[in-house]
Design a protein around this ligand. Structure first.
Ligand SMILES: NC(=O)c1ccc[n+]([C@@H]2O[C@H](COP(=O)([O-])OP(=O)(O)OC[C@H]3O[C@@H](n4cnc5c(N)ncnc54)[C@H](OP(=O)(O)O)[C@@H]3O)[C@@H](O)[C@H]2O)c1
Length: 283
């Protein structure tokens, strides 16, 4: 890890989890294009993919980039990330809590180790990262961007655990925003619909037609995050979907989601799901 004591850097840093691909990568590049003097702390498991993002940022003229490769689904993942960030000479003023992964198929067929890793990443690590960084965020008047999903507003047959993790993130973040009111910390919740990232392939699903690109999501979300907007929902259809979901009974929503998801779920689990299972069994 670089010794930053001798490097001039802004007294502000943006920490992005899940920055090696998809929405997290697109957000890092958005900062590179629009706020190149920001210090970016990027984390994900793959150092190779993080390094590619760093190279892209260097090409944009960003100077202060720190990579912290680690697995947030491991028991002490959030604490290790916090300690690694603390060892740098920066204060985190924005936490972008983005890392996430899905699990698809009939719940009774889902591998318990994969279920555990999805919950550890999507619920436990999301929550603990906020808890660990909150004193710094309060002292700096910082901001939190919680990446949820339009799936937070419906039950999700054939991807039940993933949708439930997002319902948790949604509820937790709304409560957090209430508690932090008056303490100068902004809480924004990003609810994308389908996004053409690695996410579906990794979860073992087909891509959704008409999905937004990660760049479109970042371009829409980050200016609104900087304005401290509470709920950020990219895509007109997605905004209508969320509004409608608040009016309809859960049994009806479950039927609609089941119809969509059953067409997307592939017959065989993807290689990534098998790989994730392997990683979790070793940890
Ligand atoms: N894609 C969609 O349709 C969609 C829709 C709504 C919401 N979202 C949400 O958007 C967020 C980003 O997803 P995405 O679409 O950009 O998917 P993605 O391309 O698969 O990116 C996920 C990121 O999370 C990291 N990650 C996965 N497991 C991790 C672990 N155990 N520890 C640390 N980092 C881990 C991945 O990097 P490594 O593999 O290198 O660790 C990657 O950087 C997620 O929270 C997702 O739930 C996505």
């Amino acid at each position: 890890m670089t010794d930053f004591q001798n490097i001039h850097r802004e007294d502000k840093a943006v920490l992005i989890t899940g920055a090696s691909s998809g929405i997290g990568r697109a957000m890092a590049l958005w900062y590179g294009r629009h706020q190149p003097h920001t210090t970016l702390i990027l984390t994900a498991r793959s150092l190779e993919r993080l390094t590619q993002v760093k190279d892209d940022l260097l090409a944009l003229g960003v100077e202060n980039i720190e990579l912290i490769p680690l697995d947030l689904a491991k028991k002490d993942g959030p604490e290790k990330l916090f300690a690694a960030v603390k060892s740098l000479n920066v204060r985190v003023t924005s936490l972008i809590n983005n890392a996430g992964a899905g699990v698809v198929g009939l719940f009774e067929d889902n591998d318990p180790a994969v279920i555990r890793s999805v919950i550890e990443l999507g619920v436990v690590s999301h929550t603990l990262l906020v808890r660990l960084f909150i004193p710094d965020l309060i002292s700096t008047g910082g901001q939190i961007l919680q990446v949820s999903s339009s799936g937070a507003f419906q039950p999700g047959p054939y991807t039940a655990v993933y949708y439930a993790t997002k319902a948790y993130v949604q509820s937790f973040s709304e409560a957090l925003a209430y508690e932090l009111k008056g303490k100068g910390v902004g809480v924004s919740i990003l609810c994308p619909g389908a996004v053409a990232s690695d996410f579906s392939r990794r979860a073992g699903k087909a891509d959704v037609k008409g999905a937004l690109t990660p760049e479109q999501v970042a371009d829409y979300a980050l200016p609104r995050f900087l304005k401290k907007r509470r709920l950020i929902v990219p895509g007109l259809m997605n905004r209508w979907l969320i509004r409608g979901s608040k009016l309809l009974p859960p049994q009806f929503l479950a039927k609609i989601v089941a119809g969509i998801q059953s067409k997307l779920v592939k017959q065989n689990p993807s290689q990534e799901m098998e790989a994730r299972k392997g990683i979790d069994e070793q940890s």
